[in-house]
Design a protein around this ligand. Structure first.
Ligand code: AVI
Length: 327
């Protein structure tokens, strides 16, 4: 087995690093420099995101938690009014602290179902399979470790029941509206008529509240952005001097686009993977979009991707929505 580990696992890791390097080089070579926010989440990025979720300015996590804590009975009833035979698939399950409320309600209805948590992190899946039985002893858990759509395919092989797909955390916000439509259409393609999707959206609200959430006073979001430069230094042999970059978040209440940039504080050269990139004074790197929606926009997204909205669940301030879509 040692030789199999060597020949299978090592090249995969090398491939991922190679793709990471290519993506970084492409982004830093562009006229308008950018980096892909999916690379924020190394171990340190995961830790910083946990910290962001504890910042008092960062409201989305608490809003969605409130929805799941307060309305899981109603969500469960909605699910049961559309399907009698289902399994639950959660894309990006994390530690399942939100979904556990819904899973408990679904168990209370006496329905026999399996929970398939999907996560790109094998660690997350192992921990869930260990921790969930003590919290919900009656729950059947089958973890799926891999890319969302590959694992949805896997769930379709393992289960012939309707799928209830949970897509929480407002992660769709980290896509542009065009990318979000592509994602939602792809999701629809992996599902069958009668399947349900519960998907979270951060909603438009007072622009200052949104801007503050991405500009916390403790500077954690700044560190979260700068950590990607540090990661490039660590993993790709870069030489970013992070003291020479400033965090600049913006929010446009018209389009709902909340975007983060890092701004070069001086003219400088940075080397990554043997290539040198020139930064002019105040030149920026576009780091992340966190798109905010109104219900008109989520409705449009649902319709354009082949879903019908059957219910919307909100926190009491209507700052966040979990929408139930039917295929
Ligand atoms: C994971 N995602 C939904 C977060 C967001 O709000 O866009 C990531 C984040 N970026 C800065 N703060 C939080």
């Amino acid at each position: 087995t040692t030789s199999v580990m060597h020949t299978v696992l090592v090249p995969v890791k090398q491939d991922q690093q190679e793709i990471f390097l290519q993506d970084v080089i492409r982004g830093l070579s562009a006229k308008n420099k950018y980096l892909d926010s999916k690379y924020f989440y190394d171990a340190e990025g995961d830790r910083l995101f946990q910290e962001i979720m504890r910042c008092h300015e960062y409201y989305p996590t608490n809003c969605e938690m409130e929805i799941l804590q307060e309305q899981s009975a109603a969500i469960s009833q909605t699910i049961l009014s559309y399907t009698n035979r289902f399994d639950v698939v959660e894309l990006g399950a994390g530690d399942a602290t939100k979904s556990i409320h819904l899973l408990r309600e679904l168990l209370n209805t006496g329905k026999d179902f399996t929970y398939y948590p999907v996560d790109i992190s094998g660690n997350v899946i192992t921990q869930l399979e260990q921790s969930l039985p003590s919290q919900l002893p009656a729950l059947k858990v089958h973890g799926l470790h891999g890319e969302y759509f590959d694992m949805l395919q896997e769930a379709n092989v393992l289960s012939d029941k309707n799928k209830v797909v949970l897509c929480m955390g407002g992660n769709i916000g980290n896509f542009t509206p065009v990318e979000a439509r592509k994602f939602a259409r792809q999701l629809r393609n992996y599902l069958q008529p009668g399947d349900l999707v519960m998907i979270g959206f951060d909603l438009k609200k007072h622009p200052q509240i949104i801007l503050d959430a991405y500009n916390d006073s403790a500077g954690i979001t700044k560190d979260f952005n700068l950590n990607l430069l540090k990661r490039i230094n660590r993993e790709l042999g870069g030489n970013f001097d992070i003291t020479k970059f400033d965090h600049y978040p913006t929010y446009d209440p018209g389009t709902g686009a909340c975007k983060s940039y890092l701004v070069s504080l001086e003219e400088q050269d940075v080397t990554v993977g043997g290539q040198t990139f020139h930064f002019g004074l105040h030149e920026y790197i576009y780091m992340e979009i966190s798109q905010k929606y109104d219900l008109e926009a989520t409705e449009q997204l649902a319709v354009q991707s082949g879903f019908e909205t059957v219910a919307n669940f909100f926190d009491n301030r209507k700052w966040f929505a979990d929408n139930m879509w039917l295929c």
